[in-house]
Design a protein around this ligand. Structure first.
Ligand SMILES: Cc1ncc(COP(=O)(O)O)c(C=O)c1O
Length: 434
């Protein structure tokens, strides 16, 4: 039998219950039990900070009190030792949390004046999603997602936390986001609580909502919340910012949902992994927003997140947080980012040009709607995607991903000059297999 709830968890739960009992109902069993220990080792260590003799810290220090480190490692670091070697706090460096929180309204003007939690640092988005599953997904809970989703959701929500991944067709007949399909899928579920995933730009499709599609999505979620459904909306913004067409929504839907309804908890999972091209750094953020959210509610949710992080990875990479913090304050950052964006946009445009110049390709494959992100997908008209993938590898020295009966092409990693050949190879492989 599980042990009784710790008094610190009880305290957080009371706060949440007082501000919004619906949020308590959204928490999983684990989410209710977890807390960030304010007593114990961390508290005692904090009390000893600045004392002449401090024998509380579980890292090793030099005789002069600086971090003890090996020159073969330190010589590779362009950071002060104190910004690289010690642990970061479980919820992340306070300064990076503040700064990311300030960057959000700059990137999403719709957030101006709205309240949301301080972002908590995760070990990149995978871990952010995993922490969200820890907090909100019980055995049997539903994760509702379009049928084109990042396959790791299965391991995180399904295998690790026992959730059911329930899908609806991502696109409607007009090639837009299938809001009616989402509505029908929601109506078919009788559970009071639903965890809903929204990922734009989408992996694998490379689709982001058009500006004109956003109000209908918001209306649907609002109507569900108004009817009493408790919605935990996970907004996976991994590819945020990479929008290549006019009329496509450039903001995160978090800006629209973070104050939509007291029954709708918006959980934003984002970070520099893809936004800033630092895949191996392993830094991400978890941010909460709900209508009527108070600082006390947000601090309680941040505390639970920090507890889940402490129980799991303890804390995210210190050197990565320090480097990112410095980069975001560097005046060159914005221009560098723009340059990287233009490179990816150029590849996106090259795909559009190649497809436009070769209408015959449509006999073999059609692109799924795409306008953003790292990827685009094609649906093969007559051939089996896995067989085509194998043929591309064997005969054309070309690698693509086969999933969900389609092929995913990562233009993010394909030099512009190879894009024409890639599609010519795909066409040849499809034809040869018929
Ligand atoms: C949609 C989506 N979410 C999350 C992630 C995980 O990102 P991270 O590397 O930051 O864990 C990915 C990575 O491929 C992704 O495609």
């Amino acid at each position: 039998m599980a042990a009784a709830l710790d008094s610190q968890a009880v305290g957080l739960n009371k706060t949440i219950e007082m501000v919004n009992p619906g949020v308590m109902a959204m928490l999983s069993e684990r989410g209710r039990r977890i807390y960030f220990p304010k007593m114990g080792i961390l508290a005692q260590s904090a009390e000893a900070r600045g004392k002449a003799i401090n024998a509380t810290i579980g890292t090793a220090l030099e005789e002069d009190g600086s971090p003890l480190c090996l020159p073969s490692i330190a010589s590779q670091m362009n950071l002060p030792k104190s910004a690289a070697f010690p642990y970061a706090p479980s919820p992340g460096l306070p300064e990076i949390r503040e700064l990311w929180g300030k960057m959000l309204p700059r990137k999403n003007p719709g957030l101006a004046g709205k309240t949301f939690s301080l972002p908590v640092v995760s070990c990149a988005l995978t871990h952010g999603l995993s922490v969200a599953a820890y907090m909100f997904c019980n055995d049997g809970d539903v994760l509702l997602t379009p049928d084109l989703y990042w396959e790791n959701y299965d391991l995180i929500f399904g295998v690790s936390f026992g959730g059911q991944v329930v899908t609806y067709p991502a696109f409607n007949a007009a090639g837009g986001f299938n809001i009616d399909g989402m509505r029908r899928a929601m109506a078919a579920r009788k559970e009071k609580k639903l965890v809903v995933s929204l990922n734009f730009p989408n992996n694998p499709a490379g689709y982001t909502l058009l500006e004109k599609e956003v109000p209908a999505l918001k209306e649907l979620l609002l109507a569900e919340a108004e009817a009493g459904r408790q919605l935990v909306v996970l907004i996976d913004d991994a590819y945020f910012g990479l929008v290549f067409e006019k009329g496509v929504y450039t903001q995160s839907v978090f800006a629209d949902l973070c104050d939509a309804h007291p029954n709708l908890l918006a959980v934003k999972l984002d970070g520099p992994t893809k936004e800033d091209y630092v895949w191996g750094f392993r830094v991400g953020f978890i941010t909460f927003g709900i209508k009527g959210g108070t600082p006390a509610l947000y601090q309680a949710l941040e505390g639970k997140c920090a507890g889940a992080i402490r129980a799991n990875i303890s804390n995210a990479s210190m050197p990565a947080q320090s480097m990112l913090l410095a980069a975001w304050k560097n005046p060159a950052y914005e221009a560098e980012k723009r340059k990287a964006f233009e490179l990816l946009k150029g590849r996106y445009e090259e795909i559009k040009n190649v497809l436009g110049a070769h209408p015959e390709y449509l006999d073999e494959f059609e692109p799924l709607p795409f306008n953003s992100g790292y990827f685009m997908c094609v649906r093969l008209r007559k051939s089996d995607p896995e067989k085509v993938r194998q043929k591309l590898l064997a005969d054309h020295s070309t690698g693509v991903i086969s999933l969900c009966g389609i092929l995913r092409i990562a233009f993010s990693s394909t030099p512009t000059a190879h894009i024409g050949t890639l599609f010519a190879n795909l066409f040849a492989a499809c034809k040869a297999l018929r």
